[in-house]
Design a protein around this ligand. Sequence first.
Ligand SMILES: [Zn+2]
Length: 324
Amino acid sequence: MTKAEEAEKKALLAERKAEKELKSLVMALALAIFFNKALADQKAAKIIRTMGDELPEEANPKIIMDAMWGSYNSWLETLVPFVLARALTLRESATGQNLLNKLSPTEKAKLARKFAQFGASSPLVKPTEQLGPSTGTGKKLDSWAATERNVRYYYQQKRLQEELDKGFDLYQISVHTDCSKRCLPDQGKIISKTLPPIDASLWTGKKVDGKKIYSWPAMHARVDKYGWHNFIIDGFNCRHHISPYKGGSPEKPKAKEAAEASEAESAMREAERRLRQLNGEYLGLEKIDKARAEKIRKRWISGFKEYQDFASKHGIDPKGWRTQ
Ligand SMILES: [Zn+2]
């Protein structure tokens, strides 16, 4: 595992742990109805501080801590009054378990839906609180997605800076099979840190070993429709890197192969997201509707099996920790 991958895993696990603890606190508060809110807030603050200590600096703990605190409060606002309203219609001041026993099947089903939805929801980061590159769309980001991008971008920039500080001029862009469509035209190119371009393809007019040398400053200067330098090497989620040119040329995968590998990787991320949501639904339902929770758990198990089969079919390492 690279340093960037380690930092990413550490950060995401710390966030997920805090998220689960906060959610179980909110559910306890919602179901017990007269639970002590001030005490719950103290517990929530402690959970968030612990997460902050566990988060690597690159994940920007301050922003994630704020996002968690905001999510905790919005979860309280949506879940507690929802349960409380049902308790009041029953003129009931009893504990959660009593409340559940007195609900009609329809009411219980409504409550179960709400808890499942709550369990599957993610903590959100406001666009104004995002570190580094924003999506440009102004949409709130899932805190996991924001952290992933921040950590990757941090290491990408650091690595790039290390190369730019070296004395070499000619570099080669790395090549990998699951290359995105965005990076595909540029991967494997030989670039110069200093030469300007002479044409629209950003060729410098020079060649080495019979291969064209492209202009790195011109490639770097490109911007996307949101004004970000979001292309190869500079890209938010780009996993390419540059290394001093030493002759030879890496074998470029064909466009079709790259597209297939890239799609397989995206399908993995999508499956992980779905499994995380299912697991969240399960945790939300556990105390409300055991039978339904059990069904969800079975769906998670078969989904996880599919995920592993898909990974081995495509020769990708499954990341089980991302599915919980
Ligand atoms: Zn890339």
